[in-house]
Design a protein around this ligand. Sequence first.
Ligand SMILES: Nc1ncnc2c1ncn2[C@@H]1O[C@H](COP(=O)(O)OP(=O)(O)OP(=O)(O)O)[C@@H](O)[C@H]1O
Ligand SMILES: [Mg+2]
Length: 262
Amino acid sequence: MEKTSEQTETKKQPAKKEEVVIAIKGLKKAFDGKHVLNDINLELKRGENLVILGRSGTGKSVTIECIVGLIKQDKGSLKVFGDEVIDMNDKKLKELRMKIGFLFQSGALYDSMTVRENLEFPLTRILKMKDQQEIDKRVEDALDSVGLLDSVEKMPSDLSGGMRKRAGLARTLVINPEIMLYDEPTTGLDPITSKEISELILSIQKKNKTSSIIITHDMECARITADRILVMEDGEYIAEGSFDELHKSKNKTVCAYFNDIL
Ligand SMILES: Nc1ncnc2c1ncn2[C@@H]1O[C@H](COP(=O)(O)OP(=O)(O)OP(=O)(O)O)[C@@H](O)[C@H]1O
Ligand SMILES: [Mg+2]
């Protein structure tokens, strides 16, 4: 893999060992004999925003579905908080999913429930919370953090696309996840709303010290949110670096993402 990070660090003192929250080694997955993930190697460090860029159909969503145990890999190791996900029983998987917020590509809300009920759902069904005052506080705090407190009693159909994305984000945030997985959080939104969502992702990282993987085709989102970027092609990562480092890359695939960016 091309590594564009410049070796500018001085050796004054040994670097503090960063905690790895997700560690993936040699991950492979095929569907009906067609290889999707060929050799995925990834480390997500605590507190980091890691952006994954890759063409449609390269297996980005499959990778994060493996992380939450919705899809099982054929080969390789995938550990979250040090535990191998494929070895987890249902109880362990449930516990894991309480620590991971997963903003699905479709971002679906339950259409028959108000925004408040949508947010209460993970609290009462997953966390089994009973104290209504505590539930109200968690719901309102989460909506406040995405600027949607005014819409608490609305139905999803009364929200704009951007508001629905924010409500979906609030529903994910309400369980205070340690890890956030964002699958194309800005797709289908206008540039201004996309920027707002990207800034929200950044503020969630800063405020909650969340570790996040952000899958996106939106280079403005990558620029705003990424501490580090991985570029995926043919089921593996072909380049890694910060936004500015990759911007200078000579690799054809990497350049294609940065073509329109000055
Ligand atoms: N459950 C499944 N069963 C069979 N094939 C699947 C399954 N999930 C994904 N695939 C296939 O794996 C490939 C990668 O899909 P994936 O959804 O990960 O792509 P992606 O990189 O997220 O693309 P996009 O940018 O369009 O969201 C596709 O060819 C898809 O058809
Ligand atoms: Mg996808």
